[in-house]
Design a protein around this ligand. Structure first.
Ligand code: TEU
Ligand code: CA
Length: 552
């Protein structure tokens, strides 16, 4: 069985500070805004708050480009505001986890400012510099934000590596001084009392020796190549020894480009690296690809079964279907039409909170917030989409309509629109002009409304979270998919000793008569519909109906 740990029983809620709550009317969410909503989060019933980057940054990539790791972004407030937030979180019995972005820094970080000055600057080797080759960049690495991953710096006439934006130079982890700097900044925050880190693109930190070209089979998905550096595990074990092992904390690695087979290497507790990782197979099912190819329920179920089978009792999993890099969960996996939005959002909540692994909820999902009705490219803010527009549309490689069609479905800005607090102007997010437009559906979909309505998505989350908290089988129970091929019904059990729960989810708007394979439903303990058959083997499932039974 699994060794019990608080982070295996916790539910994590991700806050994207820029879009959470603005306290001073400048249109940008901030730390004081978050503090003012801690009662809301506590009454929702989440255990851990993961804060997307709150550090000093010029915001080329909304804080994922850090200029100073030991300073608070001025738009978000001051260190005193941070201390106040942390205190407020702890006072409510919750925990706070920070975003650790150390594969790269901002080009405005003082290390890079020094590094680019001259080839013999003491900070030169903090980053990855190479001379050009045949009049071009050193190799064929591409950036996830379009174009080459190399930029020529005129001062020294050498190129620096950036797997993401031009303003996000990659750190050179092979330099022991860089590693010590990182451990020291981690301790700075841990000593303040934070409870852990989510680690941004952590498997990219070890680069391949001599930086060979991406071979053809990896060109469409270079992340699986960038994660093959030979020292990744050595560096994480060193970090564990010097930092992680000294605190009662949790770590979750954003394992972009790591296969399921490679996962135990990062999370098997006997290896002393990370506690858990985000695997992208489910959240990115059918994406990125142009056009959007969609997904099927059997494919999604196969991923969960595969994860369950490839991770043993020494490796812990995570469950999530959304974050700040992906569309809204109800738009991507449910049905965001007025008729089915609430029902399907509740069904997805039921699933994420009863599958095996620590669940991560993204802000606004508890309200059933939806994708944004983007009209043209001018409605977007994100560097990823804007750069891709230049690369594909402005060069005529992809038509405008085709590009926008895809962006409306998958663009990161879908999930970055401000939280809809009430039906006042700008959804009560700000008294000023929001940095990114509020979804016009805020009059209907907002926290104030949902807190009053016992049938709301918010109150369903509340009940589901409370139920999960008292039910260890959802944390540690065995998982079994009862009907892997079924195109519409997802039925599975979670079993811990004598305790057994059955979850039945109708992933369609059709009413269905469903015969349970080899199990009898017992007492109905959770449902997004109300009363239903009990002690039965045949269930009449309504569209997007979700039920949880206790099996006797
Ligand atoms: O994301 C890296 C990542 O895994 C990708 O999903 C990436 O965001 C991009 O969408 C690839 O198409 C992390 C952060 O979560 C993201 O917000 C940052 O932009 C990125 O790293 C760089 O720090
Ligand atoms: Ca503000």
């Amino acid at each position: 069985g699994y060794e019990p740990k608080w982070w295996k029983e916790a539910v994590v809620y991700q806050v994207y500070p820029r879009s959470f709550k603005d306290s001073n009317g400048d249109g940008i969410g901030d730390l004081k805004g978050i503090t003012s909503k801690l009662d809301y989060l506590q009454s929702l019933g989440v255990d851990v708050i993961w804060l997307s980057p709150h550090y000093d940054s010029p915001n080329a990539d909304n804080g994922y480009d850090i200029r100073d790791y030991e300073k608070v972004m001025k738009e978000f407030g001051t260190m005193a505001d941070f201390d106040e937030l942390l205190k407020g979180v702890k006072a409510r019995g919750m925990r706070l986890v920070l975003d650790l972005v150390v594969n790269h820094t901002s080009d405005e970080h003082r290390w890079f400012v020094e590094s680019r000055k001259s080839k013999d600057n003491p900070y030169r080797d903090y980053y990855i510099w190479r001379p050009g080759k045949d009049g071009g960049p050193p190799n064929n690495y591409t950036s996830f934000f379009s174009g080459s991953a190399w930029t020529l710096d005129p001062t020294t006439n050498e190129y620096y590596l950036h797997c993401f934006a031009v303003k996000q130079p990659d750190l050179n982890w092979d330099n022991p001084k860089v590693r010590q700097e990182v451990y020291s900044l981690m301790k700075f925050w841990l000593d303040k009392g934070v409870d852990g880190f989510r680690m941004d693109v952590i498997p990219f930190i070890s680069k391949l020796p001599d930086l060979p070209d991406i071979p053809p089979e990896y060109r469409e998905r270079p992340q699986y190549f960038y994660t093959q550096g030979p020292h990744l595990h050595e560096y994480l074990q060193e970090m564990n020894k010097e930092v992680l092992s000294k605190y009662d904390m949790m770590t979750v690695g954003e394992a972009f480009g790591v296969t399921l087979e490679g996962t135990p290497m990062l999370v098997d507790e006997r290896r002393h690296e990370l506690n858990m990782i985000f695997n992208f197979d489910a959240v990115r099912i059918g994406h990125p690809s142009t056009p959007w190819i969609g997904w099927t329920l059997p494919k999604l179920k196969a991923i969960y079964t595969d994860e369950d089978q490839k991770l043993d009792q020494h490796s812990w999993n995570t469950v999530f279907l959304s974050n700040h890099d992906n569309p809204r969960v109800v738009s991507a996996f449910g049905d965001d039409s007025p008729e089915w939005r609430e029902k399907s959002a509740k069904l997805l909540a039921t699933m994420v909170l009863t599958l095996k692994g620590t669940p991560f909820i993204y802000q606004g999902d508890e309200l059933g917030m939806t994708n944004y009705p983007f009209k043209g490219i001018e409605d977007f803010d994100d560097i990823e989409v804007k750069n891709a527009w230049k690369e594909y549309v402005e060069t005529g490689r992809i038509s405008k309509e085709h590009f926008l069609d895809n962006a409306r479905r998958v663009a990161r800005d879908n999930s970055r629109t401000p939280i809809q607090w009430d039906d006042s102007s700008n959804g009560g997010f700000t008294t000023g002009k929001p940095w990114l437009a509020v979804n016009p559906n805020y009059k209907k979909i907002n926290a104030a409304e949902e807190q009053k309505d016992k049938d709301s998505v918010y109150q369903y989350f509340q009940r589901m979270l409370a139920f999960r908290k008292t039910t260890k089988a959802f944390s540690y129970g065995d998982y079994k998919d009862l009907d892997p091929q079924n195109e519409k019904i997802f039925a599975y059990t979670r079993t811990l000793g004598k305790e057994k729960y059955l979850v039945v989810l109708n992933f369609s708007k059709d009413a269905l008569k469903y015969s349970l394979p080899g199990v009898k439903a017992g007492k109905l303990v959770m449902s997004n519909e109300g009363a239903a058959e009990e002690n039965a083997t045949t269930l009449m499932m309504k569209g997007w109906e979700a039920r949880v039974y206790r099996v006797e």
